[in-house]
Design a binder for this molecule. Structure first.
Ligand SMILES: [Zn+2]
Length: 159
């Protein structure tokens, strides 16, 4: 927002000028607050996750799902994206065991959601060696130390 003052408005006296400047700063501040920039896609995703909602994006133009969060559709370039709740189901696309500590190996698994997008996560209800590619999983939100993340559980029937 631009402010236009005639010089005579501001130079009447020091007080008036100071007052005008203070008012401009106040107006700028309130303007900045009232039209706060929309959250970036990643921040929007994290905010929903903190509130207990796992949401991914879907492109209104080509109707494909998108993850990780983006400003533009990676398939068609459209900026017309909406947030949707996925089914929460998927399968293990790839998995590996990390052995930084021999006593506590853990898995890093790439899960493909039924919506067709993939995310890196962990299968928390199986030992790393027991995780099979293709196993059905259900996603879950984990809140820990003030942070939220997505993990998943292998579904009973597929074990
Ligand atoms: Zn698209």
């Amino acid at each position: 927002m631009l402010f236009h003052f005639r010089n005579s408005d501001l130079q009447e006296c020091g007080y008036a000028r100071q007052h005008a400047v203070s008012k401009m700063l106040a107006m700028n501040t309130s303007h900045a607050q009232s039209s706060a920039k929309p959250l970036g896609a990643q921040a929007r995703f994290e905010q929903a996750l903190d509130a207990g909602r796992f949401e991914i994006q879907r492109c209104r133009a080509c109707e494909r799902h998108i993850f990780h969060p983006r400003q533009l559709c990676p398939h068609c370039g459209s900026n017309s994206l909406e947030w949707v709740a996925p089914s929460g189901l998927g399968h293990v696309y790839a998995t590996t065991t990390v052995r930084l500590s021999p006593e506590h190996p853990y898995d890093v698994s790439l899960v493909e959601l039924d919506e067709g997008v993939r995310l890196m996560t962990r299968v928390r209800n199986l030992e790393p060696g027991a995780i099979k590619i293709g196993s059905r999983v259900r996603m879950a939100i984990v809140h820990e130390n003030g942070k939220s993340r997505i993990e998943c559980d292998a579904l009973e029937a597929d074990r």
